[in-house]
Design a protein around this ligand. Structure first.
Ligand SMILES: NC(=O)c1ccc[n+]([C@@H]2O[C@H](COP(=O)([O-])OP(=O)(O)OC[C@H]3O[C@@H](n4cnc5c(N)ncnc54)[C@H](O)[C@@H]3O)[C@@H](O)[C@H]2O)c1
Length: 338
């Protein structure tokens, strides 16, 4: 395969931490251009990554440079417009999560992607953690018997101050949603990665600590097509605490503790209250992988001409559930999403 001309739209925190170094490290790619309306952030990207061409208008960059592969790392509001523009020029696209902000936009992306026939990936980086890959293998191999319940907790202190390089995460017009849209979308996608299609969503969202115009915490309950159940807690106000996944089955549990290890837990509890717990560490580095291998995963898909599992459908499905969660909170009832 000839080398790919790669370009990045949006030069903020995730571009600096994943996309820009990822393309520069990948031996099949030349990172030829970046685009961002902020000249200050373009300058920061140039200082660190020395990219040849920089544009303040992403669409002009696409038209002029005609890259083979593009990643969309702008605020959520712009994902659809920029992904569609790239698809219409025949580019392979890696879009940050959430895919976009409405089902109307998602359908428009699907139409453009079908027409382009290029590779489309959504940046569900949790799927690339070694911990989740090892746990999924153990689950599929029947190590905990028949699984019935999944719980996920993704919570940190929030995107700013400290993370984001521009001021959009707490702006409902640009972000569309808060912790549910930002962290919950990862939890929703990961729940589906482990247990398959989500058919029902029930949710409560709240602004519990931050003085912002959107939710900083959310609790989600899932029913899957298989009949299994699950729940997730996501938030932007947590100093620390458990982060990861726990799956329970008829013969034991899998615990993917992001700050520790992946454990296969078996044992029993008898009526006297005596508990027997056996913990076997099956992976010591649960968060190895993730962002550092995300671009390689995208480029591999392009080289093999095979749509990745964390592809457009995963982006659409997770968006439908996230939007259903807001609807559920508003109406105070369970929403059917599949
Ligand atoms: N996969 C993950 O784990 C992960 C982690 C963080 C962020 N993200 C996603 O990445 C995206 C960017 O988040 P971030 O943390 O880098 O934010 P950020 O504020 O650090 O960066 C956003 C950048 O986009 C630029 N921008 C603003 N308007 C633009 C436009 N119209 N076109 C192009 N660029 C524009 C800003 O100037 C800024 O440089 C979001 O969709 C976010 O949800 C994903």
């Amino acid at each position: 395969m000839k080398r790919l001309k790669a370009a990045v739209i949006g030069c903020g925190a995730i571009a600096h931490n994943c996309h820009l170094p990822g393309f520069q490290k990948n031996k099949w790619c030349d990172l030829i251009a970046v685009a961002d309306p902020s000249t200050e952030n373009l300058k920061k990207a140039h200082e660190k990554f020395k990219i040849e061409k920089a544009y303040t208008d992403p669409l002009e960059m696409l038209e002029t440079e005609r890259p083979d592969a593009v990643t969309v790392c702008s605020p959520n509001k712009y994902h659809a417009e920029q992904a569609i523009a790239a698809l219409n020029l025949g580019c392979h696209v890696l879009c940050e999560k959430p895919l976009c902000v409405s089902m109307k936009e998602a359908n428009a992306i699907k139409k453009a992607a079908d027409k382009a026939g290029t590779i489309f990936m959504v940046a569900f980086s949790n799927r690339l953690y070694k911990g989740n890959i090892v746990a999924k293998k153990a689950l599929d191999a029947g190590k905990i018997g028949e699984p019935f319940m999944i719980r996920i907790r993704f919570a940190h202190e929030g995107p700013s101050p400290g993370w984001a390089m521009s001021d959009w995460f707490y702006n409902p017009e640009k972000a569309h949603g808060g912790a549910l849209f930002d962290m919950g979308i990862h939890a929703i996608d990961l729940a589906a990665y482990y247990f398959g299609k989500i058919t029902h969503i029930n949710a409560m969202v709240g602004t519990l600590a931050k003085k912002i115009a959107m939710e900083d915490n959310a609790i989600l309950q899932f029913r899957f097509a298989s009949g299994k159940l699950g729940y997730a807690e996501v938030g932007w106000t947590s100093k620390q605490g458990f982060a990861g996944v726990e799956i329970n089955g008829s013969d034991g549990a899998l615990v993917v503790d992001y700050s520790d290890s992946v454990q296969l837990v078996t044992g029993s509890t008898n009526p006297s209250g005596k508990r027997v717990i056996r913990k076997k560490v099956i992976e010591k580095n649960p968060t190895a992988g993730g962002w550092p291998i995300e671009i390689d995963h995208f480029v591999d898909a392009i080289r093999k001409n095979k749509q990745p599992e964390m592809g457009l459908q995963a982006g659409i499905d997770s968006l439908r559930v996230a939007l259903g969660a807001y609807d559920s909170d508003k109406k105070g009832k369970t929403i059917v999403v599949g």
